[in-house]
Design a protein around this ligand. Structure first.
Ligand SMILES: *Cc1c(COP(=O)(O)O)cnc(C)c1O
Length: 387
């Protein structure tokens, strides 16, 4: 289906709500039935029938159809956060005694889920660099049930060969999950190359306005049904109808927002790659990127997220540069309207000791909707003054 059709019309049915062109917020916990026959019918498939809002809510159901169509999967579920979606996906495939292979440095709270919550339940994880299929193969054990991918990584942007990993997993009867937040379904549809479950932090590009925390999970009908009657309903990490409505509104402009962010990013990256104070720019769609060919073959566009490494490793200079930025705001997250920077030195003490896993002089940048020239000017003035 055409992208603009999905974002603007799919799943909507104005006739069933007085012709309103904007779907209403069905702010109702429960839905009534006049006959037992109809109640029984509805209870047969709570994945599709509004009975109770922890299960199926009509506003949320519109979102599910749109997000599933975006990823090209049969169905989808929407969660109260990306982390809830990740946890539900992982919990749907592993049990005590199982083993997981995961790419190195996944999103921090994904790592915590694997290293603490699941470890405590008797599930072990092996991390692999993920840049070569042989690393996955070597890490597999007889009890490996899951390969978890994040491509690109949202700090250092390593990508994995999705088709090769999906094929390897299928040949061993292992499930695959990918965190596709960074790429968005506009750039990459992992289910089409055989990845089983695609998860998103919808708090980023999908909702897109820095005002909703939400998550999404896309998979086959069968898997979504299992997850619905499993972790989704039992742990109850659902999105509220109100937030679902905000996400619906955000999705209308997904294509416009994403393309704008990509276009400006290309300009800013070009500027930074040619600046003498910059050691390196990590952007998947720069010819200087280590995995440029693979990235280009899997990802339509580079997105608005990338990292820079300053030449200086002096923490006082790094701090001055960051605090000297006037348009870029210092904050976590990304995918909204506002350009951001998030310095890795925030994970270090102010004296520069207690190193994190990222280089002290690495800074993640997100390019929002401000004019690219204003953003370049901002970076220029702070680099020239402080680095
Ligand atoms: C933000 C993020 C998450 C977590 O999503 P929340 O919506 O914040 O729970 C997971 N993965 C990636 C890559 C993210 O950037």
């Amino acid at each position: 289906m055409n992208l603009t059709e999905i974002l603007n019309h799919l799943g909507e049915d104005p006739e069933s709500y007085f012709g309103a062109v904007v779907p209403p917020i069905f702010q109702s916990t429960n839905f009534r039935f006049k006959t037992l026959k109809n109640l029984r019918l509805a209870l047969k498939d709570e994945t599709q029938n509004p009975v109770y809002t922890r299960g199926c809510n009509p506003t949320v159901r519109i979102l599910r159809q749109k997000v599933a169509a975006l990823e090209g999967t049969e169905d989808a579920l929407i969660f109260s956060s990306g982390s809830a979606a990740v946890a539900a996906a992982v919990m749907s495939v592993v049990k005590a005694g199982d083993h997981i292979v995961c790419v190195q440095k996944p999103y921090g709270w994904t790592a915590k889920l694997l290293n603490v919550a699941l470890k405590n339940l008797g599930i072990d994880t092996t991390y692999v660099t993920g840049t070569d299929i042989k690393q996955f193969e070597a890490a597999l054990r007889p009890n490996t049930r899951l390969i978890f991918l994040e491509s690109p990584n949202s700090w250092t942007f390593e990508v994995q060969d999705l088709k090769a990993v999906a094929n390897l997993a299928k040949s061993r009867n292992i499930s695959t999950i990918i965190d596709n937040s960074c790429a968005t379904p506009l750039s990459q549809k992992p289910a089409q190359v055989g990845v089983d479950i695609v998860v998103h932090s919808a708090s980023k590009y999908l909702a897109g306005h820095s005002d909703v925390v939400a998550g999404a999970l896309c998979a086959s009908k069968e898997r979504v049904r299992d997850i619905f009657y499993g972790p989704y309903m039992t742990m109850g990490g659902i999105i509220s109808p109100n937030d679902a409505w905000l996400m619906l509104r955000g999705l209308r402009t997904l294509e416009l927002r994403y393309n704008r962010s990509c276009e400006s990013t290309e300009k800013v990256v070009h500027f930074l790659e040619n600046h003498e104070k910059i050691e390196k720019v990590l952007y998947t769609h720069s010819p200087r990127f280590a995995q440029y060919e693979l990235a280009k073959s899997q990802l339509k566009r580079g997105g608005g997220l990338f990292s820079i490494v300053l030449k200086t490793t002096e923490i006082s200079k790094i701090e001055k540069f960051c605090e000297g930025l006037r348009v870029f705001q210092m904050a976590v997250s990304w995918g909204g309207y506002e350009s951001l920077h998030f310095p890795a030195c925030a994970f270090y003490t102010s004296s520069g000791s207690s190193p994190g896993s990222l280089p002290i002089n690495m800074i993640r940048l997100y390019i929002g909707f401000e004019d690219a020239n204003i953003l370049i000017e901002d970076l220029k003035q702070s680099l020239d003054s402080y680095c």
